[in-house]
Design a protein around this ligand. Sequence first.
Ligand code: UDP
Length: 489
Amino acid sequence: MLITKPHAALLASPGMGHLIPIVELGKRLLTHHGFDVTIFVVTTDSFTTRSQILQQTSNVSSLNVVILPPVDVSGKLGPNPTLDVRILLTMAESLPLLRSAILSLKVVPTVLIIDLFGIFALHMARDLGMLSYVFITSNAWFTATTIYAPVIDKEMEDRHVNDHEPLFIPGCKPVQYEDTLEPFVLRGQPMYEGFISAGKDIISADGILMNTWHDLEPTTTKALRDTELLGWISKGPVYAVGPLVRTVTPRSGTEHGHRLKVEDVLRWLDEQPTESVIYVSFGSGGTLSAEQMTELAWALELSQQRFIWVVRPPNEGAEGTFFEVANGGDETPDYLPEEFLTRTHEVGLVVPMWAPQAEILAHPSTGGFITHCGWNSTLESISNGVPMIAWPLYAEQNMNAALLAEELGVAVRANGREGVMGREQILKLVRRIMGEKDGKAMREKVKELKRSAVKALSKVGSSYNSLCQVTKDLEIHLQEKSGGATLAG
Ligand code: UDP
C-alpha cells in the first residue's frame, strides 16, 4: 500500500492550556487538511482530561486520542519544584510509554508534533524515522525570543539582565526588562539552562508552528521567515497557523463534570444586557493571594458592574492550581469578603474553580475580560471581540500583556508586579474597559482583529495556507521516503 496521506501524531503535555490547543490543531489537520491524526496525552489526572477531551471532540468522531497512563514523579522532585520542572519531569518519565504507544500503531506516523514541554520526544521521533515539528502554543514574539535565546549576543544579554536595558531581537519589538521571560531573570540557574537547551532543540525541528496569525503580528512573523533577520536560525520553516481556539459546542452537558452546568451560566448570561458583563478568570491554574482576592472582590463590588468570576482558594504562588483544577469546584467559597456573595448576588455570578470559558466569551452579554493573558485565553478573547484587562501572572504573560496593550490596543494593563493591586486601581481599570471612552475604542479594535482571525482561518487565509504548506512538506517527505516504492501498511 502506498502511503500518501500524512499521519500526524500530536503530543500534549499536562495542563489544559497545553491540551486545548493541541486538540484544536489535531482537529484542524483532520477536518481541513485530510490528515490521519493520533493525539497522545500526558496527564496527571486522566479522569478530568478524558471529560475535557470528550467535550472538545464531540463533533469529530475520527480523531484517535490516546491518554497515556499517569506517571508518578513525586519521588523524583526536589523541594519546591517549579511548575516547569514538574511538567518536564512528567514528560520525560512518560517517554517510554509514548514510544510503545507509537510502536503499537499499525504504521509509524509521518510526523510527531510536540508542544514546548515535549521537547525530549524530538530525539525519539527521529529514532523512529518520523519528522518532528514543534507547535508553540503562543505567539510569534515569544517564539522569536525563544529561538533567538540560544544565539543571542552575550553582551546584549548582559546589558538586558544586569542593566535592565531592552532586549533587541532582529526585526521584532524589543522586550522591556519588566516584561522579560523568567529564564533571563534567573540566568545561571537551571531554569535558564533548560530554556536555552529547549531553544536549541526547537530550532533543530523540521518545522515550527505557532498559534498566531500573520495579520496579528505581521512584523514578527515576517522576521521569523526572513533569512537576514531570524529566518536563518531554525532548520525548518516557521508557520503561523492560528488562532486555534475551542469553538462553542451546543448548549448541553457539564463542564469538567462539575455540578455547575454550562447551561446555568449561559442562562444567567442570557438575562444580562449586551456587553454588560465582565468575565474574570486567571486561566487553568492561576491563583491570587488572599489579600489580592479581597481587593479584587471589593473592586468588583464597588464597580457595580455585572460579572462572572472564576474563584480559586487563595495561594501565594501564582500558578497554585495548575494540576488541581479537577479537585473541587462545588464548594461555597469561604475565602471571599464576608457577605460578598449576598451583596453581589443580583449582579454577579461566582463560579468556583472552573467555568465554561469558551461559551462565556462567545456570549453576547460578555463585554470585558480580566485575564492573566495566558495565550489561549487571549486568543479566545480576541476571537470573540472582547477587550481585556491584562493582569499577567507567570510564564510569558507579561510579554502577552505588552503585546495586547501597547501594540494591539485591545487591553489596558494592570500592574500586579509591584505587590498587591488596590481596589481603587482595579476599579479604574474596570471603568476604563467597560466605559464609553477607552472601552469603545478597544472594542472596535478587538472586533477588527476578530474579523482578521476569521479571515486567516478561511480558505483564502494565511493560516489555512500555512497548514496547506505543511501538508505539502509532509507529502513530499512521504514520496521521498517511499522512493516511489510501495510502503507496507
Ligand atoms: N479555561 C476554562 N475555564 C476556566 C479556566 C480556563 O475553560 O475556568 C480554559 C480557557 O478557556 C483556556 C485554557 O483553559 O482555553 C487556559 O489556557 P491559557 O493559555 O489561557 O492559560 P493557562 O491555563 O495555560 O495558564
